[in-house]
Design a protein around this ligand. Structure first.
Ligand code: CO8
Length: 259
């Protein structure tokens, strides 16, 4: 019953596939709402112990928030979109069963932020990772400024956020962003085979393990996320944001002039 997701369940594992391949599975607002709906129903589903998220097509996991949607948002509309992303990814991070990101291609911007909200990441050898928001005149706004430093350390996170550079899967594995790489051929089957180990574990114990690890991650409180939301909203009041996103759509280099 979803427009932008496919959800299948087999052997106690659910697979959610984000299905907008023409725009590299970009997460427009309605996709976020559908993700929330899917997770809310899988939470109650006793036939499901593990959730795997992946992207449709061979090119991308998720190439980020939808730049076409964001390009001309006013500050309040931007705030609504930003909050929806936070609510969705917080729901996934706190989901009472393990959630694995199966990154089958580009995981950029909001796509990497989605993967970072999952318990861990498996990827194909050709996957690419990055937070290129700064090249659009904004900053990561769906938890990336908080979760990336936790995943790879503060220096590497700063470099990725300030430069917006995209790294390959081998480097992502080396810096601990990705747990393991697999060939593209048979990727989802390989991820499901790994996830089977979790199916054999106690759901109560898995839930408690996740709760305890999350308590460590959340020990700093919500202040970081609040600052991130305010900061990305400020970017949406700049000319540089309009220029950065127009340049992407016109397939040219942006000229940033705000001070
Ligand atoms: N949003 C909308 N459309 C997209 C996106 C996207 N994020 N990414 C790709 N597309 C579209 C392209 O415009 C293109 O459409 P068309 O065929 O109509 O021209 C189609 O998908 C295929 O893409 P490309 O032709 O660009 O494919 P390439 O192989 O040449 O390049 C890339 C692939 C490198 C992935 C390239 O598409 C790219 O750089 N995409 C954008 C990546 C990016 O900057 N992501 C970050 C977005 S910002 C973000 O996620 C912020 C999240 C939190 C803040 C929320 C604030 C509200």
């Amino acid at each position: 019953s979803f427009n932008y997701l496919q959800v299948t369940t087999e052997e106690k594992m659910a697979v959610i596939t984000i299905n907008r391949p023409k725009v590299l599975n970009a997460l427009k607002y309605e996709v976020l709402l559908e993700l929330q709906e899917a997770f809310n129903s899988l939470r109650e589903d006793n036939e499901v112990k593990v959730v795997i998220i992946t992207g449709s097509g061979e090119k991308a996991f998720v190439a980020g928030a939808d730049i076409g949607v964001m390009a001309n948002l006013g500050p309040l509309e931007a705030q609504k979109y930003i909050r929806a992303g936070h609510e969705t990814f917080d729901l996934i991070a706190a989901f009472p069963k393990p959630v694995i990101a199966a990154v089958n291609g580009f995981a950029l911007g909001g796509g990497l932020e989605l993967a970072l909200a999952c318990d861990y990441i498996f990827a194909v050898e050709e996957a690419k990772f990055g937070l290129p928001e700064i090249t659009l005149g904004i900053i990561p706004g769906w938890g990336g400024t908080q979760r990336l430093p936790q995943a790879v350390g503060i220096g590497r996170a700063r470099e990725l956020v300030y430069t917006g550079k995209v790294i390959d899967a081998q480097e992502a594995e080396k810096i601990g962003l990705v747990n393991r790489l697999f060939p593209a051929d048979g990727f989802l089957t390989a991820v499901q085979a790994e996830a089977k180990t979790l199916v054999q574990r106690s759901l109560v114990a898995l839930n408690m393990a996740k709760t305890a690890i999350n308590a460590h991650l959340d020990a700093g409180g919500p202040a970081g996320k609040t600052v991130e939301i305010q900061s990305v909203c400020i970017c949406f009041a700049s000319n540089d944001q309009k220029e950065g996103m127009a340049a992407f759509q016109e397939k040219r280099k942006p000229k940033f002039t705000d001070s």
